[in-house]
Design a protein around this ligand. Structure first.
Ligand code: NAP
Length: 192
C-alpha cells in the first residue's frame, strides 16, 4: 500500500488486513513513489499494489504522471501484476457524458489539480506494459470522511453529489485486488 498513512490508505490497509492479507504499509519515508527503483524495492514479494498518494508540495501535472511512470516500471520489475490506483472523480464522465469538472456549478479553482490527476491516468495508460493489469478507481463524487459506511458500493458514473466513506471505498479497492473485474480503465465508485 503506497500512501498507507493517508486517509484512503489507512482505510485500505484496514480492509486488507480485515480480509487476512499481509500488507506492507508504505509511506514517503519508506521511499518516493515517483522513483521506479523505490517502488520495485517496496513491491518485491507482493501480489498486488494499491496507490493512494497526494503531495501538496508538488505540481500535480508533474507529480501524478511521475507516479504513474514509476509504478508502470517498478511494479512489473518486482513481478507485481495488479495495480489499483486511486484517481479523481473530476475527470470522470457523468451519465450525460460530460466530465464532472465541466458540469455547471463544479468548482473551477482546482482545475490544475484535476488536470494533473487526469494526466496521471493518461500516463499510466501510455506507460503500463501488458504485464501490469491496472485500474484507477475514484469516488463517483467525493469522500465522506465523517459519515457511517453504507456497507456496499457500485461502479457508477461521476455525480457531483455522490459521497462514499473511505471504508466503503476500500471494499472496492480490495475486491479489485481479489477478483479483478475492471482493466486499464478509470471508474467511479458510489456507496449503495
Ligand atoms: N473526489 C475524489 O475523487 C477524491 C477525493 C479525495 C482524494 N482523492 C484522491 O485520493 C488519493 C488519496 O487521498 P488521501 O486523502 O488519502 O491523501 P492524504 O491523506 O493526503 O495521503 C497522501 C499519502 O500520499 C503519500 N505521499 C505523498 N507524496 C509521496 C511520495 N512522493 N512518495 C510516497 N508517498 C507519498 C503520503 O505519505 P506520508 O504520509 O508518508 O507523507 C500520504 O500517506 C489522492 O490521489 C487524492 O487526490 C480523490
Amino acid at each position: 500500500m503506497f500512501g498507507a498513512g493517508g486517509r484512503v490508505g489507512r482505510a485500505a490497509v484496514a480492509e486488507a488486513r480485515r480480509r487476512g492479507h499481509e500488507v506492507t504499509a508504505a509511506g514517503r519515508a519508506d521511499g518516493e513513489v515517483t522513483d521506479p527503483a523505490a517502488v520495485a524495492r517496496l513491491a518485491a514479494g507482493h501480489d498486488a499494489a494499491i496507490v493512494a498518494v497526494y503531495d501538496p508540495g508538488a505540481r500535480p501535472g508533474e507529480f501524478f504522471p511521475a507516479v504513474a511512470r514509476a509504478v508502470a516500471q517498478g511494479l512489473p520489475a518486482a513481478g507485481v501484476k495488479r495495480l489499483v490506483s486511486v484517481g479523481l472523480a473530476s475527470v470522470l464522465p457523468t451519465a450525460a457524458g460530460d466530465l464532472l469538472m465541466d458540469t455547471p456549478g463544479y468548482p473551477q479553482e482546482w482545475r490544475e489539480f484535476y488536470a494533473g490527476h487526469g494526466a496521471g491516468t493518461d500516463a499510466l495508460r501510455a506507460a503500463a506494459p501488458d504485464a501490469l493489469d491496472w485500474v484507477v478507481l475514484s469516488p463517483a463524487g467525493d469522500f465522506d470522511h465523517d459519515g457511517e459506511p453504507a456497507g456496499g458500493y457500485a461502479v457508477a458514473p461521476a455525480a457531483a453529489g455522490s459521497r462514499i466513506t473511505p471504508a466503503d471505498f476500500a471494499r472496492a479497492l480490495l475486491d479489485e485486488i481479489e477478483v479483478p473485474a475492471l482493466h486499464r480503465t478509470h471508474a467511479g465508485v458510489a456507496a449503495v
